[in-house]
Design a protein around this ligand. Structure first.
Ligand SMILES: Nc1nc2c(ncn2[C@@H]2O[C@H](COP(=O)(O)OP(=O)(O)OP(=O)(O)O)[C@@H](O)[C@H]2O)c(=O)[nH]1
Ligand SMILES: [Mg+2]
Length: 486
């Protein structure tokens, strides 16, 4: 569309050709007008496209999952995908088999390390009391016998399996700094000084997509873990010995003495060996949600939501529903610098704070209490001017582990004196954390806003489905209201 002034427009006079124009001048003028028209049409087209895009972008919601490492960000993303991106979820199912197998093998290798250390006489100097005194059996002498020696020999092939699984999953991964124990580490624990409970560095991925849905990019992963795969065969062959090792009383005692609480740690599957360490193992939804693969860098996942009761199709356009672009980040301290560029135009932050970690320290910096780290992060997110208009959603996660910990008698007020003499039970503890996080949000937000706070156990997919529905409706409602103001 060119510039087409009306006859009364003063511009007509200005643009009218001179009365004594020669034929050559007329041709040149017409050429110039044509060129100008082309440029103008191009600009018009660009503006039209930009407007279309802007209209479309109104239906895009950018969601950031934030929180320290092991807070449950990727697990939350898995819940979203399981529920709202079923086709992609199914496509990746088989890819998770290798991850679950690696999780199992690593647990067994951790146990073998403990048995080895005990056999070699690396005895703890002090048996301190994590939870108000050790129970009687922890003081029993740990005695390993020929049986354990044999188990060590028979399970040795699992080291090769670990290497092979790492190689397979290796594409798109990078090592991270060595981690401290996989489980709770109470402060001033002398076992730390002996370095006995350290485990090998955790495995991480830069891109799920490459590892779990290799297509033809990673031929070595196709059919990996199938019935006749060497890794699966070796694991199935070791099943009985793994079970004997895990069920062994002395092994349990040794783990307890070293406060290695495997069932509470990431990627624990040893109670499912009968089902998983088999040739025909098929990966369940629950396995995927519980499998542990550390995130490095930022991964983007897209979800489509069709129109629902939360919006009005007339107002958001008939052609599409809402698209959520969810960004899952690595949570350890060294990964956090990469978060900043993603703060731009972010609509929603789902922040995960694990509430069970009040007595633990950061893997990457053992001087720092994990809950304290989470509170510092939350405070900086709430006070960020860049995020002043971002909707904040807080998951107080790992409530199941909190419950277990409190049941074992670990006292919150030892680690948080401000908790005072409130009851050492889940509901009051979660309420206390809720108030604490809410107060910070109110105090530090640059402008008025409310935060939605949910107590969660994101490995419980049924309960999480209800939470996610509420999150989805709340987010869409709020964004619809905002987009109507634009
Ligand atoms: N018991 C229990 N385990 C959980 C819960 N949430 C997450 N997990 C487990 O904790 C481990 C870590 O969870 P991830 O989702 O990988 O943690 P992340 O925040 O993505 O961690 P990074 O990728 O290192 O930043 C996984 O093995 C999960 O299955 C929970 O509410 N309860
Ligand atoms: Mg992650």
């Amino acid at each position: 569309m060119g510039f087409n002034p009306s006859p009364s427009d003063p511009f007509i006079e200005l643009m009218r050709p001179p009365p004594d124009e020669t034929p050559a001048q007329t041709t040149a003028r017409q050429k110039r007008e044509l060129d100008a028209q082309r440029v103008s049409d191009k600009i018009d087209e660009e503006i039209k496209q930009e407007r279309l895009l802007a209209k479309k972008e109104k239906n895009i919601i950018k969601v950031l999952l934030l929180g320290q490492s092991e807070s449950g960000k990727s697990t939350t993303l898995k819940n979203f995908r399981m529920r709202y991106a079923q086709a992609a979820w199914e496509k990746e199912r088989d890819g998770w088999r290798s991850v679950v197998q690696l999780n199992i093998v690593r647990s067994i290798i951790t146990i073998l390390g403990v048995v080895d250390a005990e056999m070699n006489g690396e005895v703890l100097e002090s048996e301190d009391e994590e939870e108000g005194g050790m129970t009687g059996d922890a003081h029993e002498t740990v005695k390993f016998s020929d049986k354990h020696q044999m188990l060590m020999i028979r399970l040795a092939p699992l080291r090769g399996v670990e290497a092979e699984l790492k190689r397979r999953l290796g594409a798109g991964t990078e090592p991270i700094q060595p981690s401290l124990p996989m489980t709770a580490t109470p402060f001033d624990d002398p076992a730390d000084n002996l370095g006995l409970r350290r485990t090998a560095p955790e495995f991480s991925v830069r891109s799920w997509k490459e590892v779990l849905d290799p297509g033809d990019r990673l031929p070595q992963l196709q059919n990996a873990g199938g019935d006749s795969d060497s890794v699966t065969l070796t694991i199935a062959g070791c099943k009985d010995d793994m079970k004997i090792l895990w069920d062994d009383k002395m092994v349990r005692l040794a783990l307890k003495r070293r406060k290695l609480r495997l069932p509470d740690s990431a990627g624990f599957f040893l109670n499912d060996l009968e089902r998983i360490a088999t040739r025909g193992y098929t990966v369940s939804d629950n396995d995927i949600v519980r499998a542990r693969l550390r995130t490095v860098g930022i991964q983007e996942h897209r979800l489509k939501f069709q129109h629902g009761p939360w919006d009005n199709p007339k107002q958001v356009g008939k052609e599409s529903g809402w698209e959520w672009r969810i960004f899952d980040v690595g949570g350890c301290r060294t990964s956090r610098a990469a978060w900043l560029p993603f703060f731009d135009n972010v609509n929603v932050i789902i922040f995960l704070s694990p509430v069970s970690v009040f007595d633990q320290r950061l893997e990457e910096d053992p001087r720092v209490n994990r809950l304290e780290d989470s509170i510092i992060l939350w405070t900086s997110i709430c006070s960020s001017k860049l995020l002043a208009k971002t909707q904040l959603i807080l998951f107080l996660n790992k409530c199941d582990l909190l419950r277990r910990k409190l049941k074992r008698g670990i006292k919150v007020n030892i680690y948080l004196p401000s908790y005072g003499d409130r009851p050492n039970e889940v509901i009051p503890v979660v309420k206390y954390f809720r108030e604490k996080f809410k107060d910070i949000q109110k105090q530090y937000s640059p402008q008025h806003r409310s935060a939605y706070i949910y107590p969660t156990t994101v490995t419980d997919t049924e309960a999480t489905a209800i939470t996610l529905e509420s999150v989805r409706d709340g987010v869409l409602r709020e964004n619809l209201a905002t987009s109507q103001l634009i």
